[in-house]
Write a protein that binds this ligand. Structure first.
Ligand SMILES: NC(=O)c1ccc[n+]([C@@H]2O[C@H](COP(=O)([O-])OP(=O)(O)OC[C@H]3O[C@@H](n4cnc5c(N)ncnc54)[C@H](OP(=O)(O)O)[C@@H]3O)[C@@H](O)[C@H]2O)c1
Length: 286
């Protein structure tokens, strides 16, 4: 059984490869990478590393040969048409190479009136897959908890979170937990045949004052909640290149669209996801 992972040099894909390697032989894992130069550690560790470009169908068709199950972690482009095109190329290559099974990554912000600019892609994905003949399961992630760790020094300085989500709760999952669930999904025949979406979240969601309280305990610095407007949030992070995109995501958060909860993670993996306080404490260096 050969399982291939896209985005294998990225944050999530890299962790999926790591999790898979705890469960199956390295020889059965194929790391699909965009730039081989970024993949030296995977090559040195003995993985079958193959180069792909989602936008170049022939690279996918070459790389997908002999694969039974594809774990598809999408690229990070914020251009919806490019993302859809990427997915279409992946599905076509799967069909041409007779890849039977797919675990596809999705995101919690997939509601039809969600202003997040990537929502159209996440709405499209399950509807598109439903019309295919593949066995598939969708891993719908909540917000990654990991970026909160390097964000803590800035929050300490600001003395508070500034997400423009008002009194709405938000749900999180760590990359490691998401990757573990995705690896388990790829190895579970019943899940692969389910053609269903599994929502990956910690066991509770947080309002921003609640999240600030946890961060205060973890860092020993007062972190409250001083929300800015959606526009201001976009301006503050414009220099990072995706301020407006993230602002649109939190605008959806203010509508209650980032706070779903589910126990799918525990059903898939057989244990509880790591709670936020434990995750931040384990990863934050005082
Ligand atoms: N749930 C959340 O809170 C959350 C947060 C952030 C992102 N996301 C989503 O999660 C997914 C993974 O995020 P991440 O943080 O793991 O991203 P990442 O670290 O940037 O990884 C993306 C991977 O995709 C590869 N890639 C880029 N363009 C490609 C192309 N044209 N063809 C093939 N591979 C390509 C990159 O390879 P190179 O580096 O070699 O180009 C990289 O390995 C993305 O779809 C992103 O939108 C979700």
């Amino acid at each position: 059984m050969k399982i291939a992972v896209t985005g294998a040099t990225g944050h999530l894909g890299g962790k999926v490869v790591e999790q898979l390697s705890k469960k199956i032989a390295k020889e059965d894992i194929i790391a699909l990478v965009h730039t081989k130069n970024h993949a030296q550690n995977l090559i040195d560790s003995g993985y079958d590393v193959r180069e792909i470009d989602f936008q170049k169908p022939f690279t996918l068709e070459t790389a997908f040969k002999g694969i039974d199950t594809l774990i598809y972690v999408a690229s990070k482009t914020y251009k919806v048409f490019d993302r859809v095109h990427e997915l279409e190329n992946v599905l076509e290559a799967m069909e041409n190479d007779s890849v039977k099974n797919l675990v596809a990554m999705s995101f919690i912000a997939d509601q039809e009136d969600n202003p997040f600019i990537m929502t159209p892609f996440y709405g499209y994905l399950p509807r598109r897959l439903a019309g295919t003949k593949f066995n598939y399961a969708i891993a719908k992630n909540s917000l990654y908890a990991d970026p909160l760790v390097p964000y803590l020094p800035e929050l300490i300085e600001r003395k508070g979170l500034i997400y423009p989500v008002g009194d709405q709760e938000m749900s999180f999952i760590s990359l490691e937990d998401s990757a573990e669930a995705m690896a388990d999904m790829a190895l579970d025949e019943k899940i692969l045949q389910s053609r269903k979406t599994y929502l990956l979240t910690q066991s509770r969601a947080y309002t921003m004052p609640e999240l600030g309280e946890i961060m205060t305990r973890v860092t020993d610095h007062e972190i409250g909640y001083h929300p800015v407007s959606v526009e201001e949030f976009g301006r503050i992070y414009a220099s990072e290149g995706d301020g407006d995109e993230l602002a649109s995501m939190y605008a959806g958060g203010a509508m209650g669209y980032l706070h779903g909860l589910s126990d799918d993670f525990a059903h898939i993996t057989g244990h509880e996801p790591e709670a936020m306080e434990s995750f931040l404490t384990r990863n934050y260096q005082k």
